[in-house]
Design a protein around this ligand. Structure first.
Ligand SMILES: C[S@@+](CC[C@H](N)C(=O)[O-])C[C@H]1O[C@@H](n2cnc3c(N)ncnc32)[C@H](O)[C@@H]1O
Length: 283
C-alpha cells in the first residue's frame, strides 16, 4: 500500500488524474511508459517528484500525481461481476467490526472489490478467507489484490460454500451471493459465538427468506438497512445535488450469532429477537 514518503518512489502505486477527472492507476517502474489518449508519460520523469505535483504528457496535457486512496482502488477494480461499492462497504466494515487483527470470512469473492477493502482493513496482523465457486473469478480477484499489494492478507478458496466453510472461529462473515438464505447454517458454523454476520441483497423479496433463516439458526439483533449517498456540485455559486445518483445497490443485513437455547441457560425469543433470561432462575 501507499508509503508515508512525500516523494514518489520507484515501485509506488500512483494515480494520475487528468482535467476531466479521468484517472490512471498503475505501479511506477524505471524505464517504463504510460500511454494514454492524452499522450505519453515516462515513469522516470515521475520518480522523485512530490506527491500532488502537476505533470504533463508529451502532448502537453496536464495531470496531477497522487497516491490512490482505498476508495479510488475499489472503483478501479478490474471486474467481471457486479462489485460492491464504497458507500456500502464503509458501513459494512463498521458493522462487522472489521479492523486490524480481525479474521474475516467472505463469499463470493467475485472480482475482489470487497476483498480489497477487507484486506486493507484487517491490516498485516489480520486475515481474510475468501470463497468463490468459479476459478476464473478467484484468479481475477487474486490479480486485483496483487496489483494493490494486499494479496498476502487473503487466502483464496475455490469452493462452493454449500459444502461449508473451513473456518470455525471467524470474527465476522459476509455473503455477497445470489441466495444467502441457503448458507446461514454454514455461516453459523464458521463464526465464533457472538460473531457478526452480514449480507447484501439486491431485492426486498430476498429479505423475507433471509430473516427467517437467520432466526431459525439463532442469529439475534437482526438489522436491515440501505445506504443512500448523494453528491453535490462544488461550483461555489451553484452548490446543489448532482443531476444523477446511484439510486440502488442493495439491502444490507446484519445479525449476531448467539448461543443456541440448548447450549445455555437462556431462551432466545424469536418474536422480540432477544435473548431472555430463564425466569425460573430468579426464583
Ligand atoms: C456479485 S459477485 C461478488 C462480488 C464481490 N463481492 C466484489 O465486491 O467484487 C458474487 C460471486 O459469488 C460467487 N458465488 C455464488 N454462489 C456461490 C457459492 N455457493 N459458493 C461460492 N461462491 C459463490 C459467484 O460465482 C460470483 O463470483
Amino acid at each position: 500500500m501507499s508509503s508515508r514518503s512525500t516523494l514518489v518512489q520507484d515501485g509506488d502505486l500512483v494515480q494520475l488524474v487528468g482535467q476531466d477527472h479521468k484517472n490512471f492507476i498503475f505501479r511506477l517502474y524505471k524505464g517504463e511508459q504510460l500511454q494514454t489518449h492524452r499522450g505519453t508519460l515516462n515513469h522516470d520523469d515521475l520518480i522523485g517528484l512530490s506527491w500532488g505535483s502537476r505533470v504533463y504528457s508529451h502532448m502537453g496535457k496536464p495531470f496531477y500525481l497522487l497516491q490512490p486512496s482505498i476508495h479510488d482502488l475499489l472503483l478501479d477494480t478490474r471486474r467481471n461481476t457486479q462489485i460492491m461499492y464504497p458507500k456500502d462497504i464503509g458501513f459494512i466494515l463498521l458493522n462487522l467490526d472489521i479492523g486490524p487483527g480481525k479474521h474475516v470470512v467472505e463469499a463470493g469473492t467475485g472480482s475482489g472489490a470487497f476483498t480489497t477493502a477487507l484486506a486493507y482493513a484487517v491490516g498485516s496482523e489480520g486475515h481474510v478467507a475468501s470463497y468463490e465457486v468459479r476459478p476464473e473469478m478467484a484468479a481475477l480477484a487474486r490479480r486485483n489484490l496483487e496489483r494493490v499489494g494486499l494479496v498476502d492478507r487473503v487466502t483464496f478458496k475455490i469452493k462452493d460454500i454449500e459444502q461449508g466453510f473451513d473456518e470455525s472461529e471467524a470474527d465476522s462473515l459476509f455473503l455477497d451471493v445470489i441466495n444467502p438464505e441457503a448458507y446461514i447454517g454454514q455461516s453459523k458454523a464458521a463464526l465464533k459465538p457472538g460473531g457478526v454476520f452480514g449480507c447484501i441483497l439486491p431485492t426486498v423479496n430476498q429479505l423475507s427468506r433471509v430473516i427467517p433463516a437467520l432466526k431459525k439458526r439463532e442469529f439475534a439483533f437482526i438489522e436491515v438497512c440501505e445506504i443512500f449517498l448523494r453528491y453535490y456540485k462544488t461550483i461555489p455559486q451553484r452548490i446543489r445535488p448532482t443531476d444523477r445518483m446511484v439510486a440502488h445497490t442493495g439491502y444490507l443485513v446484519f445479525a449476531r450469532s448467539i448461543l443456541t437455547p440448548d447450549a445455555g441457560d437462556n431462551q432466545y425469543d424469536q418474536d422480540t429477537d432477544l435473548v431472555v433470561e430463564d425466569a425460573e432462575q430468579d426464583l
